[in-house]
Design a binder for this molecule. Structure first.
Ligand code: SAH
Ligand code: SF4
Ligand code: F3S
Length: 482
């Protein structure tokens, strides 16, 4: 045990120790340089997790790594993990087993677990998979370069301590050339009783409006057309930034941020996610209606259609408040699309309470709904409650809810039949190279024949085929190409 090991205390979660399995690499002229080495990143989680992967890929490319599709051929493998439900967490262990076997024959292979499982499990991951070189929580994504330097000098490293996220100085390697994610607030200060995110992503940390705007300006210069502002609870944006207006309200809110970034030239569309019903204000809705680039799509998870379940979840709103938000959105923007998340089988959920969720889904008519059976998560209050719903009951409720969701989505999509919609072309349909794919302002996926249009074009499309989760159509002659 070396000094760093000895320093591990209750709150000390960063560990560096000599790696018995990996001799140090021969010193290079630039210790951070990795000429000829290839990396692969597999991403398991949400949009924030994907955005972290893009930043980590950017850091690796700046170090000289090249991207490798096949993770079994890469010299450095990162699993960027998710622990929102048990099945997401288990996936990573099976992937890791394969890589651990590879590493036994190839000690130069660098194995990294990043993201929410890394944060949740920390050092115990090293005990479970001794072949790992680096375990790093989401707050450490921007530090990948310096953490790898420690690995390359022959250490096993765990970086899961609470960390002030460094302003991003890297250039992410983005999947898309048209649409980009921008983190605006990291972490979550809520305490929903089922959720691991506050434990895995830490306290809320907002980026400054100036830093966000300057990232958007860079994207616009690179030809990006659409941006999505990201936060686990985006309505909390700015709570941790200083400043009060003369009228006594917070100076930095999501609404103010939308106004501040709206005029960046070249950007045609602005989205944001995820919204929390507790904080979604009428002022924000009015701004979305007023600012032409802000798209008419809102992702506002409701989780349950029953007040008592919502109370047990500690969500901080009632079903009626949720209804009022949707009503207000539709009053300001009648064509708006609404999507959400819902959980079935939360501890204590009765059949009648589940029916309230089904009834709300029918009543609101969601364009899209992500559904999940409740999964007990480590260190969350609800996991310890004794009134867990039996697994078969959860599965059955999920099946019934999904049938209802598909019916609603089909009905919702009918409103597009024969309509002309504006589509931002994102690229080819990976399943059919003769087709392009893009999205409406309301976030509907649209396929159209590949013709004279290309990625980044805004095209007017007449919708000819309507399916529950996508649309197809043809572009109109003389449609707009900006
Ligand atoms: N911050 C967002 C959502 C974050 S997690 C919000 O507050 O709504 C994404 C979704 O995963 C959640 O909306 C919830 O529906 C689901 N989820 C989170 N924890 C879960 C759990 N323990 N079991 C099942 N689903 C869960
Ligand atoms: Fe989890 Fe609740 Fe935070 Fe969303 S708001 S990330 S559900 S704790
Ligand atoms: Fe998963 Fe972490 Fe996102 S738990 S959903 S990757 S915040």
């Amino acid at each position: 045990m070396d000094a760093a090991d000895a320093a591990i205390g209750e709150d000390y979660k960063n560990v560096t120790r000599r790696n018995a399995l990996m001799p140090p690499l021969a010193p290079a002229a630039d210790p951070a340089a990795a000429p000829g080495r290839r990396y692969a990143i597999t991403t398991f989680g949400c949009q924030m997790n994907k955005a972290d992967s893009e930043r980590m890929a950017g850091i690796l490319e700046a170090m000289g790594y090249r991207h490798e599709e096949d993770e079994l051929a890469a010299d450095l493998v990162i699993y960027n993990t998710c622990s929102i439900r048990d099945n997401a967490e288990q996936k990573v262990y099976s992937y890791l087993g394969r890589q651990a076997r590879r590493k036994r024959h190839n000690p130069r292979l660098t194995l990294v677990v990043a993201g929410c499982v890394a944060q949740q499990e920390g050092e115990s991951l090293l005990r479970r998979v001794p072949e790992l070189d680096l375990v790093m929580g989401p707050q450490h994504a921007n530090r990948l370069g310096s953490l790898l330097e420690q690995v390359e000098s022959g250490h096993q490293v765990v970086a899961t301590g609470e960390h002030q996220i460094l302003e991003d100085v890297t250039r992410p390697r983005r999947e898309s050339r048209v649409t980009a994610w921008i983190n605006v607030i990291y972490g979550c200060n809520e305490r929903c009783t089922y959720c691991v995110v506050p434990a895995t992503r830490g306290r809320e940390q907002s980026r400054t409006p100036q830093a966000i705007r300057s990232e958007i300006e860079t994207l616009a210069r690179q030809g990006y057309r659409e941006i999505t502002l990201l936060g686990q609870n985006i309505d909390a944006y700015g709570r941790d930034l200083p400043g009060i207006t003369p009228s006594g309200r917070r100076r930095h809110t999501l609404t103010d941020l939308l106004h501040f970034i709206h005029d960046v030239e070249g950007i045609a569309r602005i989205r944001f996610a995820t919204s929390h019903p507790r904080y979604f204000t009428e002022r924000l809705i009015a701004a979305c209606a007023e600012l032409p680039k802000v798209c008419e799509h809102f992702h506002i998870p409701f989780q349950s259609g029953d007040d008592q379940v919502l109370r047990h979840m500690a969500r901080g709103y009632t079903v009626d408040r949720y209804r009022r938000i949707i009503r207000t959105i539709r009053r300001h923007m009648p064509e708006a699309a609404i999507s959400a998340d819902a959980i079935v089988g939360f501890p204590g959920e009765t059949e009648a309470q589940f029916h309230n969720t089904m009834a709300l889904v029918e009543e609101i008519g969601f364009d899209q709904l992500n559904t999940a059976a409740y999964s007990p998560r480590p260190h969350t209050p609800a996991a310890t409650w004794t009134d867990q719903v039996p697994e078969p009951v959860k599965v059955e409720r999920l099946r019934r809810l999904n049938t209802c969701v598909e019916r609603c989505a089909r009905r919702c999509n009918q409103r597009y039949a024969q309509q002309v919609v504006e589509v931002l072309v994102e690229g080819r349909n990976p399943k059919d190279p003769d087709q392009l794919m893009g999205r409406t302002r309301t976030n509907r996926l649209v396929f159209l024949p590949a013709g004279s249009h290309g990625p980044g074009d805004l095209v007017s499309v007449r919708i000819e085929a309507v399916r529950p989760f996508s649309l197809s159509g043809c572009s109109l002659i003389g449609s707009r190409t900006v």
